[in-house]
Ligand binder design. Sequence first.
Ligand code: NAD
Ligand code: WQD
Length: 338
Amino acid sequence: MDKVIVTGGAGFIGSHTCVELMAAGMAPVIVDDLRNSEERVLGGLEKITGKKPVIHRIDCTDQAALDRVFAAEKPGSVIHFAADKAVGESVADPLKYYHNNVGSLATLLRVMHRHRVNDIVFSSSCTVYGDSKDLPVTEASASGQAASPYGYTKVVCEQMLRDVSAADPHLRAVMLRYFNPIGAHPSGQIGELPIGVPNNLVPFITQTAAGIREKLTVHGDDYPTRDGSCIRDYIHVVDLAKAHVAALRWLSGRKAPVCEVFNLGTGQGNTVLEAVRTFEEVNGVKVPYVIGPRRPGDVVAMYADTTKSREVLGWKTELTLADALRDAWHWQQALGKG
Ligand code: NAD
Ligand code: WQD
């Protein structure tokens, strides 16, 4: 069975990807020190897949430790999720972000090179498009003007992969630009585990519906959109996870060197108020909300042109916003029970 190193595999997107890798007959090997995830994810993975997940609890910036993992596991490929991702924190503590996000990729690429592992799928983000007026954004749209140090770590990592790929005739890299991943596994066994007060919309909605938060604040209703609230491309995390399997399969059929970027979204933009209404309708629960001021740094609208991922990777989303919001609520209820 093909062993795939999944850094950050205990996290939100990584854990769902481990499920899909196993369903596709691949063997994920998680590398995660659980700095932003919990032990219970491993139990959830075992319940879904019937197999105990393989995990190495190490820091991906620790080259010697990573080297030992590669020597022991002899993987065929890597998916690199491990990173810090809190946009606000990255403004307050940029070095933490450059050290972990840029440092872990540089370390990983060195170790891959030493062990002659050539295929890597990297988690990038639509944040690299900044405030694009080119909607829907295509992979050829201008990128590189991010809105935060976090965003710039993705810009730098993408460039690192391009540079290393230009220098190393064996490297095969795919960079996946995620739009807004939401939802949870339909089993209710794994999902997002936000720490403290959530910044992101959907965990805030589910916690408000559960009574953990009093009300949601919709950040602005005076944008030039159909109802005045911002537009985003919300993608179900299970659809997103499946794209990683498609990316690995595509890579394995390529001749090196390859360094390609793909948008992963639905291609559909929805407003904040549409997301709230859809959540209420599909789950039959109310989400009390107030309209607040615009949130600094928010772009008015962002959604993907998905032509390239559809035509090249043969991947497209199958689940709807309603599916994602139903699964997110199911997960919140499972969490509520502890
Ligand atoms: P997450 O925090 O749930 O998962 C990341 C995992 O990586 C965590 O389990 C954490 O413990 C681990 N980790 C972080 N640094 C590590 C290190 N140095 N060594 C070992 N483990 C480490 O985040 P996520 O939402 O699953 O995001 C996964 C990737 O996708 C990240 O690279 C993120 O930047 C990117 N991304 C996320 C979103 C989003 O909205 N969730 C959007 C675009 C891109
Ligand atoms: C979505 C919409 C908010 C919370 C972030 C990162 C981005 C990427 C994805 C990693 C916006 C509105 C939110 C709330 C609200 N991550 N909102 N009330 O900002 O599009 O993207 O996650 O790469 O880099 O910035 O996602 O979920 O925070 O916001 O009205 O309490 O919901 O203003 O319009 P965002 P989000």
